[in-house]
Ligand binder design. Structure first.
Ligand code: HEC
Length: 116
């Protein structure tokens, strides 16, 4: 009985820890260099800067027109968390990232999110 319980716990842990990898497989073609300026910035500007701008009037989750602030959110894991785990950015009702854009974002983050 205790063995069964242990097995259940271990498999539950294994399943939970794999959730992220399953939900977000590393896209094919990630060995191609992603460029912030030409691949990433256009859709960040179009779909995130709507709110993540330098408009100081309300809590906006950080100004993504400033590369260093975006990079900070990449480095502290919050971009991956909100876009790929919680999937609440962009919020429902606003322009969503396409699968292709998400792949590019994921690859770029994987490549160290350089300002290239
Ligand atoms: C409709 C406005 C809106 C849009 C569009 C939007 N966001 Fe947000 N975002 C917010 C607000 C407001 C917050 C702060 C409150 C919160 O954390 O939910 C936030 C928080 C975040 C955070 C967490 C920041 C932190 O300090 O923890 C990340 C990361 C993020 N957004 C990424 C994005 C990305 C990437 C996009 C584009 C795909 C995007 N958001 C589009 C409004 C928006």
């Amino acid at each position: 009985m205790r063995k069964l319980l242990l097995l259940t716990i271990v498999s539950a842990l294994a399943i939970t820890s794999c959730t992220f990898e399953k939900a977000v497989p590393l896209p094919a073609g990630c060995n191609t260099t992603m460029y912030y300026s030409t691949d990433i910035k256009p859709f960040i500007d179009a779909k995130c800067v709507t709110c993540h701008s330098n408009v100081p009037s309300y809590m906006n989750g950080g100004d993504f027109t400033d590369f260093s602030l975006l990079q900070e959110k990449v480095n502290d894991g919050s971009v991956v968390d909100r876009v790929f785990n919680k999937k609440d950015m962009a919020p429902i009702g606003y322009d969503q990232l396409t699968e292709a854009e998400k792949s590019m974002l994921r690859c770029w983050i994987e490549q160290g999110a350089p300002n290239n």
